[in-house]
Design a binder for this molecule. Structure first.
Ligand SMILES: [Zn+2]
Ligand SMILES: [Zn+2]
Length: 289
């Protein structure tokens, strides 16, 4: 398998390593391409507080370092400038014009936060206590209502455009171990998921198979679940494998397993951004296996 990852965090956000060190380690592991995707800064005064997003004042340096690495590593590793951008209704999203102006090679669109009609905004992948409070206060204890709100947010994000990769598609399962709050397979779940996949199909969006939840020992399977990858395959939705690494040791973790899952779902290729010999970045296909 040609090794690449387009979902990589650095110490500009909640990652532990520098751009330079991650490039070094990616080359050691035999990577062909490495895309950086620190968490985009939250808009000032949006009312949300986070210790895992990049500070707004660091964005220029983040861009400069990655553009520097692109030049420095040319010929050995293709380096790409990306960003993981939250979709938070009414607050921010990958379709915001600022990202176009800054010249990113690609954006990952991710839903971490939900803003319920009542109660405070909360992250679906935050601590279990925050998730539980979000359901109780925001959805009157109805986990299925939260599930539907999550998929609606992902659908809106995909329809709004701006991103090329859909981040950890079914992140909402992280705090729903043993299906404590809602079913991950019933008709209600499948209906909402199906609405999202209908928007993604034919849009050019790529679904990442994200091994980050396993890497960080938060969950036992990839995002999205293997059965969902059968549905994306049936709809002709392209995929790639990414590690969502926050530490260099995870750059290629569980890649062999992710490749196997994709082949079992019927995929024969994954997407990779390529500099195409200087002709400008383009998404190409790498064979699986
Ligand atoms: Zn994320
Ligand atoms: Zn991430």
């Amino acid at each position: 398998m040609v090794l690449s990852s387009f979902h990589t965090h650095t110490y500009f956000c909640d990652g532990e390593d520098s751009v330079e060190f991650l490039c070094e380690k990616a080359v050691e592991k035999g990577f062909t391409a490495l895309g950086f995707s620190s968490h985009a800064p939250l808009p000032p005064d949006c009312g949300l507080v986070s210790d895992w997003h990049m500070k707004a004042g660091s964005l220029d340096q983040y861009i400069d370092e990655i553009l520097g690495a692109k030049k420095k590593w040319a010929g050995r590793l293709e380096v790409f400038l990306g960003l993981e951008v939250d979709y938070i209704k009414g607050v921010m999203g990958p379709a915001d014009s600022i990202y176009k102006e800054l010249g990113f090679d690609y954006l990952i669109g991710s839903v971490h936060y939900l803003i319920p009609g009542r109660g405070a905004p909360f992250a679906v992948d935050g601590p279990a206590s925050e998730f539980e409070r979000g359901i109780q206060e925001g959805y009157e204890g109805d986990g299925a209502a939260l599930m539907e709100a999550y998929w609606d947010a992902v659908r809106e994000m995909c329809a709004a455009g701006g991103a090329r990769i859909v981040g950890h598609l079914d992140l909402l399962k992280k705090n729903n171990q043993d299906e404590r709050w809602f079913s991950l397979r019933d008709a209600r779940y499948k209906k909402k998921l199906g609405q999202v996949l209908d928007v993604i199909a034919g849009s050019g969006l790529i679904v990442e198979v994200n091994t980050g939840g396993i890497n960080r020992k938060k969950i036992k399977e990839v995002y999205p679940a293997p059965w969902i990858l059968k549905s994306t395959r049936e709809r002709g939705i392209p995929v790639l494998i990414s590690s969502d690494a926050h530490r260099h040791i995870h750059l290629d973790a569980y890649y062999a397993e992710a490749g196997k899952i994709l082949m079992e779902a019927g995929y024969t290729a994954i997407k990779r951004l390529s500099a195409c010999g200087g002709r400008g970045p383009q998404w190409i296909d790498d064979p699986l296996g």
